[in-house]
Design a protein around this ligand. Structure first.
Ligand code: NAD
Ligand code: LMR
Length: 357
């Protein structure tokens, strides 16, 4: 355990070694930290499970670039030593450690503040996310069993599909282990938000960096419900047909990439980007940065379903507040009604799997 004094000294020595101190300070400023030496970010250990995969590698790179991370722990059942060696040469704040094989999973997880899970198989053309259930449900269950044992207080970001079922699986595993804290479990739906922002900005011809669009529901087909009626900046010129087309494109965004990759997997680079954005938001919340709000699939009272994606305020313990849906257009109300049965059945499937196997 590093004392706060010695960790401050460690960070100071890292800062000294950075020849580009001013650009480091810019990054700190961007992350809402003052650049003064007495206000450096606290030490944070981030673990990536599935780190050698299509998402795992670029996501690990982006986490290596994040100045809020002091220790980056990479785990996979194959290929971790190469990824670890490669990434460890990047001259950024975090130390990188790699672990391979189940026997080393505990060491990878110990002391984690945040665990990100992109482990599992991706879709091929013609498959639904639910077709991944048979393999990925067991992978997520096994990894969450280890999280409950080795880092029960970590925040957990689940990327592995089908998210609508893997998050309920994780919650049941944690409940059985007596470690469940609903504030600490997140299904990562940031890629839906990233897509909605990109597609909306192009259609509305507004600068993409200024765009905000909440996306609620779940993470598969019609359960993905972008709320373009709440999009900012407002684009009154968009017709109802154009909003319907934007909604469909956001819902089918994953399939668009799966088809373009033609059998070589699903979104990896945009997912790594989205996963890194969400992880960064979680770290900011842990560090006490105020008003960090992102959409995520979490335990929820927003609808009758036990899990639902909506805007969430992040804080020092994870979810600080699950925000409501706000006013919906008639089409969005219909979309919400239509998604409930499908999302319910995916949630139930996950809960049943976790309790019967
Ligand atoms: P991939 O096959 O390229 O990589 C998966 C990695 O997981 C591999 O390196 C594999 O060795 C590893 N793995 C398998 N079993 C493991 C275990 N028990 N422990 C640790 N690692 C294990 O796949 P990918 O393209 O990186 O996609 C990973 C998952 O992410 C898929 O399920 C995919 O559907 C999902 N995904 C989710 C979103 C989202 O928005 N939430 C977006 C894209 C992809
Ligand atoms: C995505 O939305 O890109 C992911 O869920 C992967 C997939 O299978 O579509």
């Amino acid at each position: 355990m590093i004392s706060s004094f010695s960790s401050t000294m460690l960070i100071r020595s890292i800062l000294k070694k950075q020849s580009s101190l001013s650009s480091y300070n810019n990054i700190l400023r961007r992350n809402n930290y003052s650049s003064s030496s007495e206000c450096v970010p606290p030490a944070r250990k981030v673990v990536v499970l599935g780190a050698a995969g299509g998402i795992g590698q670029p996501l690990s790179l982006l986490m290596k670039l994040n100045p809020l991370v002091s220790m980056l722990s990479l785990y996979d059942i194959v290929g971790t030593p190469g990824v670890t060696s490669d990434l460890s040469h990047a001259n950024t704040r975090s130390q990188v450690v790699g672990y391979m094989g189940e026997g080393n999973l505990g060491k990878a997880l110990e002391g984690a503040d945040l665990v990100i899970i992109p482990a599992g198989i991706p879709r091929k053309p013609g498959m639904t996310r639910d077709d991944l259930f048979n393999i990925n449900a067991g992978i997520v269950k096994g990894l969450c069993t280890a999280i409950a044992k080795y880092c029960p207080h970590a925040l957990v970001n689940i990327i592995s599909n089908p998210v609508n079922s893997t998050v309920p699986i994780a919650s049941e595993v944690f409940k059985k282990a007596g470690t469940y804290d609903e504030r600490r479990l997140f299904g990562v739906t940031t890629l839906d938000v990233v897509r909605a922002k990109t597609f909306y900005a192009a259609k509305a011809q507004v600068p993409v960096s200024a765009v905000n669009v909440p996306v609620v529901g779940g993470h598969a087909g019609i359960t993905i419900l972008p709320l373009f009626s709440q999009a900012t900046p407002k684009a009154d010129s968009l017709s109802e047909e154009e909003i319907t087309a934007l909604t469909k494109r956001t819902q089918d965004g994953g399939t668009e990439v799966v088809e373009a990759k033609a059998g070589k997997g699903s979104a990896t680079l945009s997912m790594a980007y989205a996963g890194a954005l969400f992880a960064d938001a979680c770290l900011k919340g842990l560090n006490g940065v105020p008003d960090v709000v992102e959409c995520s699939f979490v335990e929820s009272n927003v609808t009758e379903l036990p899990f639902f994606a909506s805007k969430v305020r992040l804080g020092k313990n994870g979810v600080e507040e699950v925000l409501g849906l706000g006013p919906l257009s008639d089409n969005e109300k219909q979309g919400l009604e239509a998604l409930i049965p499908e999302l319910k059945s995916s949630i139930d499937k996950g809960i049943k799997f976790a309790n019967q196997s």
